[in-house]
Design a binder for this molecule. Structure first.
Ligand code: LLP
Length: 418
């Protein structure tokens, strides 16, 4: 069952006509489906129920507090990459002891903030970071729990910007160096080694790369155990792809079927860090057609959502399905669907066949729940979109549309200087 579906030509979000929500909150507007999110979480929980595990939702995919609060209520943890994400996760009620902190550039302030909040573990990405965390923990008279993020040198066969486990990538420590770094970690007084972490990329549509990466990590795990290192957590990262167009990515249970046999007889807890596969298909972006335009060789729909609202098509050439909010039996047309921003890269779709709509009608950009709002910006001084959560026949605003005042909130004209 799809929670965004047509009834008599009208697009619904669960049991609410999308047009009703647009009338109340305007566009550009993100709408999320509670039912979809819950279904995806259940799919993970059921797939991995036979082993002890924690699902640490990747906050970067969509960091709205209301969504994080759903995860907190369900007992999920969080995978964070900044102090800001830690702040959000804690505010939303996610337990500190289920928070893991990755990222190649953790600042002193962020490390201190995480130490003070006793998070589960730092996923350490370099030798220098190990020493830094040790020093900071010493100052705070704490022991920092860490995993090393190991780069297994695996090609996840995804867009090059979102492949993270290749030798040439900035992430993690090279697998050949892992034992050496684990020994260093073990020797540090304020570090307690508790795990291994890997994350090889995002929008992965085949289990092969996962399997290869996990085999390499397990190989390492077996060696570390021999060196008397305590590996209580095996964090396999996120990355499961979703269907944007015609991909058929593995489901959580396919992932479990391929990975769990490798984990037989291994002690410790599994950590998963899904982001996109939880929220990606749980969100849509609504936009209004402002103008239609015809040039010698192109037709355009000029809409009120731009690359500042959803940058994925611009940045990665990503495909998002785009559907009319009210669909009718009418002529079709091939168009570029473009935003109002002053950049030629500002498009949501190119050469897309769609119903011949008119200005004032609305479009839904599908599969926009992950890396949509969270990557949005104020470029061209555009206030960021509102966000709404739908649950059955009810809905609620979960982020107000920004105002012009919000745009300049932190800006100062220095009168002494000017
Ligand atoms: N864990 C770590 C350490 C990560 O770096 C990421 C994503 C995840 C988990 C979650 O991956 P997911 O399950 O969502 O694939 N902006 C890009 C995606 C960047 C992903 C960055 N890291 C996009 O829009 O496609």
């Amino acid at each position: 069952m799809h929670f965004f579906a047509y009834k008599n030509g009208e697009l619904y979000a669960e049991d609410v006509p999308v047009i009703e929500i647009i009338k109340e909150f305007g566009t550009p507007l993100y709408i999320y489906s509670y039912g979809t999110i819950i279904r995806h979480i259940r799919a993970y929980e059921e797939a991995f129920c036979e082993v002890p595990h924690i699902i640490c939702y990747a906050v970067k995919a969509n960091s709205n507090l209301a969504l994080l609060n759903i995860f907190a209520q369900l007992g999920l943890g969080a995978d964070i990459v900044s102090g800001g994400e830690l702040f959000r996760a804690l505010k939303a009620g996610i337990k500190n002891y289920r928070i893991v902190f990755a990222g190649v550039g953790k600042s002193d302030e962020e490390i201190e903030y995480a130490l003070k909040n006793d998070i589960l573990m730092f996923n350490v990405e370099s030798e220098e970071e190990l020493y830094k965390i040790n020093d900071m923990a010493k100052k705070l008279k704490k022991k920092a729990q860490v995993a090393l993020r190991v780069n297994p040198d695996i090609d996840p066969k995804t867009h090059k910007y979102i492949a993270t486990g290749l030798k040439t990538s900035k992430f993690g420590i090279p697998i050949e160096k892992a034992i050496e770094y684990y020994k260093i970690a073990k020797s540090l007084d304020y570090i307690e080694v508790i795990g291994i972490h890997k994350h090889i990329g995002s929008q992965i549509t085949d289990t092969k790369a996962y399997e290869e990466a996990l085999s390499k990590i397990i190989n390492l795990y077996d060696k570390l155990i021999k060196f008397d290192l305590k590996i209580d957590y095996l964090d396999i990262g996120g990355g499961l792809g979703i269907t944007y167009k015609d991909e058929s990515p593995p489901l959580p249970k396919d992932l479990a079927n391929c990975l769990l046999p490798l984990l037989k007889n291994k002690k410790g807890k599994l950590i998963l860090e899904p982001g996109r596969s939880i929220v990606g298909n749980a969100g849509i972006l609504l936009t209004k057609i402002l103008y239609t335009k015809k040039t010698e060789n192109k037709n355009f729909f000029i809409v009120d959502a731009g690359m500042n609202d959803l940058i994925r098509p611009t940045l990665y050439g990503s495909y998002h399905e785009i559907q009319p909010v009210i669909s009718k039996d009418r002529d079709r047309i091939v168009v570029d669907i473009v935003g109002p921003i002053c950049e030629s890269g500002d498009f949501l779709a190119k050469d897309r066949e769609i119903e011949k709509l008119s200005p004032g009608e609305y479009l839904a950009v599908m599969s926009a729940g992950a890396y949509g709002f969270s990557m949005s910006s104020n470029y061209n001084s555009r206030p960021r979109a509102a966000e709404v959560l739908v649950k059955g026949d009810k809905y609620a605003l979960i982020r107000k549309r920004e105002t012009y005042k919000d745009l300049i909130r932190n800006e100062i004209i220095p009168e002494d200087l000017l």
